[in-house]
Ligand binder design. Structure first.
Ligand SMILES: Nc1ncnc2c1ncn2[C@@H]1O[C@H](COP(=O)(O)OP(=O)(O)OP(=O)(O)O)[C@@H](O)[C@H]1O
Ligand SMILES: [Mg+2]
Ligand SMILES: [Zn+2]
Length: 451
């Protein structure tokens, strides 16, 4: 029931709506995040412009012509480039390289003879100039505007093919009250941008800072308003950066883009499989290779396990880049289906290179890695293991096996352990397939346990 004054307060962190002001959000427990909601301004669209579209109407509409960013990695994450009228929120920790990435994108687009508008509320013209010089992106058509009032800055936009707003927290709009960075201003600024993009059919990028918790400040406010949310992160590495979409109205969210930070800016990583693979010469027990799918791209991943005698009542199980539940489940499978008990061992699992694995196709390799650490026997040389593992210890087929095997063969693997429940993939690549039904069989064939 709304109170008489009709005011609503919403939490900028979690979106909780309250009818009374409060210092602490009852849902997420954050302090000072409840702000009064400002009623939505009257719609800009003229009355009587709504119309009905039939299936024929919408199916004969031309698909939007996407604008390439100049980075294949970024285009793939976006679903094929910038979409006219689409608004993308780019989030990431301070200093991760958001401005660098977008300046380089602007540089590329302007080098193709188009015009782009880079609105910066954070840097001075001289700072931007220095950076643009270092990135070598000073082309005609790169228009820069250092200003913090979004309405004024957008009034300068004309025939631009892309507009960047760096950052949404640094800008304010004359259409709302408050300091820049406050929820009211952030929301109103984003709304001004979204309206502008839709009205003019221009793609826009908003840079958003993220909070300590790793979310974009005011996430509930912004994430709903924009068409895509893309996060730039460092994957625990100093030079490599990964780009992922957490929301995308124009494409999937399972693609990952990989960049390297260099002194002359960000560069695409041509062969990312090598990033996550140590290629250690001598085989080591507990180290097993697999090929996972990151979106549509196969990536070689190296899983490492260390088992050591536990001094705790409950042995420790820890994983970096792997879920603890998965580790626990596969240890249980090893114990019950393969007679490999681990109750006296602390188990530490890690994925090399800071990669995070969510692909169940890595199950078999993880199981083999733990088994290898427990038995002390090395896995067969030049061999990778690909397969999902079920509770009965069965090895299940995975998606994209042919692609994974091709990648493994390309990188020099001679053999792969896969599920025999899977049709033999057609391959032009040379790689021996070791087809197995169960984890036990896989471990024996990969020489992790005595055959
Ligand atoms: N002169 C330089 N030479 C080499 N690398 C540099 C130089 N200046 C900055 N960098 C790199 O660029 C990074 C900063 O990138 P950038 O300013 O694009 O990040 P950002 O995400 O926009 O940060 P912010 O949130 O502060 O705006 C630095 O962390 C550093 O790695
Ligand atoms: Mg910046
Ligand atoms: Zn909250």
């Amino acid at each position: 029931m709304a109170k008489k004054d009709g005011k609503r307060y919403s939490c900028i962190e979690c979106g909780y709506v309250s009818l009374v002001p409060s210092g602490k959000c009852p849902r997420c427990g954050a302090w000072g995040t409840l702000e009064e909601e400002i009623p939505v301004a009257p719609s800009m669209a003229a009355a009587g412009t709504a119309k009905i579209l039939t299936p024929v109407d919408i199916s004969t509409l031309e698909p939007p012509r996407r604008l390439a960013s100049g980075f294949g990695e970024l285009d793939r994450v976006l679903g094929g480039g910038w979409v006219p009228g689409g608004v993308v929120l780019l989030g990431g920790q301070p200093g991760i390289g958001k401005s660098t990435l977008l300046l380089q994108v602007c540089g590329h687009i302007s080098s193709t003879g188009r015009r782009v508008l880079y609105i910066s509320g954070e840097e001075s013209p001289s700072q931007l100039g220095l950076r643009a010089k270092r990135l070598k992106i000073l082309h005609d058509g790169l228009d820069v505007c250092c200003h913090t009032v979004i309405d004024d800055a957008l009034a300068l936009a004309k025939d631009h093919s892309l507009i960047v707003v760096d950052s949404v927290q640094a800008m304010r709009t004359s259409q709302a009250e408050g300091w820049p960075g406050t929820p009211t201003q952030v929301r109103a600024t984003a709304q001004v941008c979204v309206n502008y993009a839709k009205e003019h059919g221009i793609p826009m990028v908003l840079v958003g800072h993220i909070t300590k918790e790793g979310r974009i400040a005011g996430p509930m406010l912004l994430e709903h308003m924009v068409d895509a949310v893309v996060m730039f992160a460092d994957d625990n590495s100093s030079v490599y950066r990964t780009l992922r979409a957490s929301k995308n109205r124009y494409g999937g969210t399972d693609e990952m883009g990989i960049f390297e930070m260099r002194s002359d800016g960000l560069a695409e990583v041509p062969d990312p499989s090598y990033l996550y693979w140590n290629r250690s010469d001598g085989a080591v027990s507990g180290v097993v290779m697999t090929v996972i799918m990151e979106g549509s791209r196969p990536l070689v991943a190296e899983i490492q396990t260390l088992a050591s005698e536990s001094s705790f009542a409950y042995p420790k199980r820890a994983g970096i880049g792997l879920g603890a539940n998965k580790i626990g489940m596969l240890l249980a499978v090893l114990q019950s289906r393969c007679a490999l008990p681990s109750l006296r061992d602390d188990i530490y699992c890690n994925v090399a290179g800071g990669l995070e694995i969510h692909d169940p196709g890595a199950d078999l390799a993880l199981a083999a890695s733990m088994a290898s650490a427990l038995t002390g026997r090395n896995v067969l040389s030049e061999c990778c293991l690909i397969g999902e593992v079920g509770l009965a210890g069965e090895v299940r087929p995975v998606s994209g096996l042919a692609q994974r095997l091709r990648e493994a063969a390309r990188l020099g693997f001679k053999r792969a352990v896969v599920s025999s429940r899977e049709e033999k993939p057609r391959l032009d690549a040379e790689i021996e397939l070791i087809r197995v039904l169960s984890v036990g069989e896989a471990l024996a064939r990969a020489s992790v346990v005595e055959p």
